[in-house]
Design a binder for this molecule. Structure first.
Ligand code: BYC
Length: 358
């Protein structure tokens, strides 16, 4: 058993063959089937638009950019997709911190490729958000001004090489558990972007798992370093799923619109259940003395993360918030000449085409 395969301790496999990646493939097949069976056309002239929208969503058809949608649905998607895109971009920093210090050429090449994938995910997601009528420039400015959020997890420091393994195993693992259901999101461009993102995230998780496995089976000092990383990343990873259901402001509406398919707590539970068995194989301990199998619930009981800490980190007061956003602002300013050159080149090309056409 490896990476994000999921099975319950009683030996019962997850309901979908192939675990989470199997679910991504099933979602991809569903997307193709929905496109092939066509869908009802636009609303009739006198039809109630909200009822039309609800009918499309209830029929598990995708809402596409030109379709009518409630303003609040559009705003929710822009908020969530932008937050997701910003997370990918800011998320390059904690791991980027170790590229020049990776312990071998092979590890360095793998980490470079992973961080590049994250830039790619950010770009697909900005492109998906742009289909909702907002530009990438505007979104980037909202991030830089602190008016849009990114995931809390990227405000924690990466203190040792083992943190790169823990990020892969736990952070990418949590991300996959959260994002696989988004492959079935009602908004077509987001669902389609998620298919590719999840496939790549699965490799990311495996590389982290493999780093931790190597360290955990190495010298006592390496084992201790791996355990220390898991101790520090476990609770922040649980907090990635957001506030508990009772405090989640958007979940009920997002689930009704089929943007989210499961609640924050349901996904958090699924993640815990998946990790327990993987930790055993790694030979590492999950830092929770109260973690135990509950036969009645067919799930593990576990200690909740500190949600006050989550709220502090979200509101800008985590260990690395200021550093991360300062780095992003500096990188954006340093890249101004590239954007200007690209605009000048595009204008020159457009001028040449006009001259040829004249
Ligand atoms: N961090 O009503 P709720 C990655 C906010 S990148 C920050 O439950 P919702 C990777 C929430 O926005 C992983 N803020 O919200 C990259 C809301 O505030 P606003 C990123 C959080 O949206 C590089 C308020 O709290 N993944 O995988 O229904 C390297 C109330 O929450 C957080 C995504 O972005 C948080 N943890 O549910 C490695 C996935 N939690 O906006 C890996 C897409 C909550 O009202 N996003 N908030 O001011 C989602 O699935 C959902 O937006 C969430 C939150 C589950 C995160």
């Amino acid at each position: 058993m490896y990476g994000n395969d999921f099975s319950a301790p009683n030996g019962a496999q997850d309901e979908t063959p192939g675990g989470l990646l199997g679910e991504v493939e099933a979602a991809e097949a569903e997307l193709r089937a929905a496109a092939a069976r066509g869908r009802r056309g636009g609303p009739a002239p006198d039809e109630d638009l909200a009822a039309y929208f609800a009918e499309v969503v209830d029929a598990e058809q995708k809402i596409e950019p030109r379709d009518w949608m409630p303003d609040a649905y559009r705003r929710t998607l822009i908020r969530q997709i932008a937050q997701h895109a910003h997370s990918e971009i800011i998320g390059m920093q904690p791991e980027g911190n170790w590229i020049s210090r990776a312990p071998s050429l092979k590890r360095k090449a793998i980490l470079l490729a992973k961080v590049q994938d994250e830039a790619g995910h950010g770009l697909y997601l900005y492109a998906a958000a742009e289909t909702l009528g907002i530009s990438r420039d505007e979104l980037v400015q909202l991030l830089l001004d602190g008016r849009q959020k990114y995931s809390s997890i990227f405000n924690y420091p990466t203190l040792s090489w083992a943190d790169v393994g823990a990020i892969g195993w736990l952070v990418d693992g949590a991300a996959i558990v959260n994002q696989v259901p988004l492959c079935r999101c009602s908004y077509g461009p987001y669902a389609r972007a998620m298919i590719r993102v999840c496939k790549e995230e699965s490799f990311h998780q495996r590389q982290g798992y493999e780093i931790l496995h190597t360290l955990a089976h190495g010298t006592p000092a390496q084992h201790a370093m791996a355990q220390d990383a898991v101790d520090r990343w476990w609770y922040p990873s649980l907090a990635m799923f957001g506030p508990p259901d009772g405090d989640s402001t958007h979940s009920a509406q997002s689930m009704a619109w089929k943007i989210k398919r499961f609640s924050n707590d349901d996904l958090r539970q699924r993640f815990v259940d998946m990790c327990v068995q993987q930790a055993e194989i790694l030979g590492l301990r999950i830092p929770d003395a109260d973690l135990r199998w509950n036969d009645e619930r067919q799930a593990y009981d576990y200690t909740q993360p500190d949600y006050d800490e989550l709220m502090r980190v979200i509101s800008g007061d985590g260990p690395c918030n200021r550093e991360r956003i300062a780095n992003r602002r500096a990188a954006h300013a340093d890249g101004a000449w590239v954007r200007e050159a690209a605009v000048a080149y595009a204008a020159k090309r457009a001028g040449q085409k006009e001259t040829v056409a004249a």
